[in-house]
Design a protein around this ligand. Structure first.
Ligand code: C2O
Ligand code: CU
Ligand code: CU
Length: 443
């Protein structure tokens, strides 16, 4: 399609049965299909109109994670869609090529609804990205990978929150799904592959690597391309984050994409997760590159001009966010700056087109991925240290480790609405559902 077109999508949220295991029906939620939703795709400059119909029997929402858009089109908890209703979200795609996603954002139900399947990818293209010579044959050498961990009961049903531990740490499973398939095998060409890695889990942080420790190139973060590919052999991906990587499998091998260890969070929570065995390496998917077809794609030396990082000196406000959790039986709950989320409380206002610095502090015992709606931000520093190259690009979600202070800088777009708020929250969905979320309006 050409830039400037209006694209219409019709999405229907419904209940379904999915066969994750042969002959076993699992009750799930899906969007136009039995589990997860279709990959939406649009180009910078397009207008999109997305009609979302809810046939689930319970209220829901659909939020476009990472998208810059008017607050009433965001699909947050205030744009609730009742059973039988239709909600239309219309906006212009104004950001650059990137791998975004969408998911339920129903108040107190986000964790359960996403866990059962209400999520999908939203890919944005633009002209310059299509001229980089990157693999871009969808499903052939450009492969979306939504990674999720799930826990199944013996009867094949999904098990959601069975203990205090699940509620505290967030829901982690022992079975890995990629695009809704249990630890799949990708039959790939012997070529350069581009994987759009998306952590669509509820709580788990992955440390991704290949079984033979081979190098790969990170080319994009949440909101778009890095300035140049960064070669590494292990990549941390927290909930909500995306990373595009290039991996060369032209050497004809079967390799596994692994997660080496879970949550790097030290201290008591780290110990608890190590005790529960979640720190061991496990397979995410197998790549079986048997078909000989040497790639015509080279790894580009550069991907984009230096990103225009908002000048921190232009910041008109510095805000502090303290991520807090009450421990153990004493409870105390999940809070930001001492407060749990209230639909009727707006926490602050920001000015449209203005630049702000947000200082996110984590004094709690575990890591939290902090997410902000309607912006792609830059990380200024972590405990005063400059971010790595991988974290130097556009971000909408940043993992804040225990005892860390992460400063981010962002310029808010021109959209304003004094009444309808945007959210900021921990993207561990059980934490979000228990109140580790707040709201701001842009005026
Ligand atoms: Cu991905 Cu407020 O969400
Ligand atoms: Cu979001
Ligand atoms: Cu959290």
């Amino acid at each position: 399609q050409r830039s400037g077109d209006t694209l219409s999508f019709n999405l229907q949220l419904g209940v379904a049965k999915t066969q994750f295991f042969k002959g076993v029906n699992t009750s799930t939620l899906g969007i136009n299909q039995s589990y997860l939703g279709p990959v939406l795709r649009a180009k910078r400059g397009d207008n999109v109109r997305i009609n979302v119909t809810n046939q689930m029997g319970v209220p829901s929402t659909l939020h476009w994670h990472g998208m810059v858009l008017p607050a009433n089109m965001d699909g947050g908890p205030h744009q609730e869609i009742k059973h039988g209703d239709r909600w239309t979200s219309e906006f212009k795609i104004r950001q650059e090529a990137s791998t975004l996603w969408y998911h339920s954002h129903q108040m107190h139900q986000t964790g359960a609804q996403v866990y059962h399947g209400l999520a999908g990818l939203f890919i944005i293209d633009d002209d310059s990205s299509q001229q980089l010579g990157l693999p871009q044959e969808y499903g052939v050498d450009d492969i979306p990978c939504t990674i999720q961990d799930r826990r199944f009961n013996r009867d094949g049903s999904l098990s959601y929150i069975g203990s205090m531990h699940d509620r505290m740490m967030g829901m982690e499973g022992d079975t890995i799904l990629v695009n809704g398939v249990v630890t799949p095998t990708l039959q790939a060409k012997r070529s350069l592959l581009r994987l759009r890695l998306h952590n669509g889990s509820n709580a788990r942080t992955y440390q991704l690597a290949f079984s033979d420790q081979r190098n790969f190139q990170v080319i994009a973060s949440d909101g778009g391309f890095l300035t140049a590919p960064v070669t590494i052999n292990s990549l941390r991906l927290a909930v909500g984050e995306r990373a595009e990587i290039l991996v060369d499998v032209s050497d004809q091998k079967t390799i596994q994409l692994l997660s080496q260890q879970a949550n790097g969070g030290g201290g008591m929570m780290g110990m608890m997760s190590r005790m529960s065995g979640s720190s061991e390496a496990f397979t995410i998917m197998t790549i079986d590159a048997k078909q000989a077809q040497p790639s015509t794609h080279a790894i580009p030396a550069t991907l984009r001009a230096m990103a225009a990082i908002p000048n921190p000196k232009a910041s008109i406000a510095t805000r502090k966010f303290d991520l807090q959790m009450g421990m153990g039986m004493m409870g105390g709950g999940f809070r930001i700056n001492g407060k749990t989320m209230e639909m009727s409380r707006i926490d602050f206002q920001v000015k449209r087109n203005s630049t702000e610095i947000w200082e996110v502090r984590n004094d709690s015992p575990m890591a939290h991925p902090f997410h902000v709606h309607n912006v792609q931000f830059h990380i200024l520093d972590r405990n005063g240290k400059k971010p790595t190259e991988i974290e130097s690009g556009l971000k909408d979600t940043v993992l804040v480790q225990r005892d860390e202070v992460v400063r981010i800088v962002m310029t808010f777009p021109e959209y304003s609405d004094a009444k309808v708020p945007y959210m900021y929250h921990c993207h561990i969905l059980e934490h979000e559902d228990q109140g580790m979320m707040g709201q701001f309006v842009v005026v």
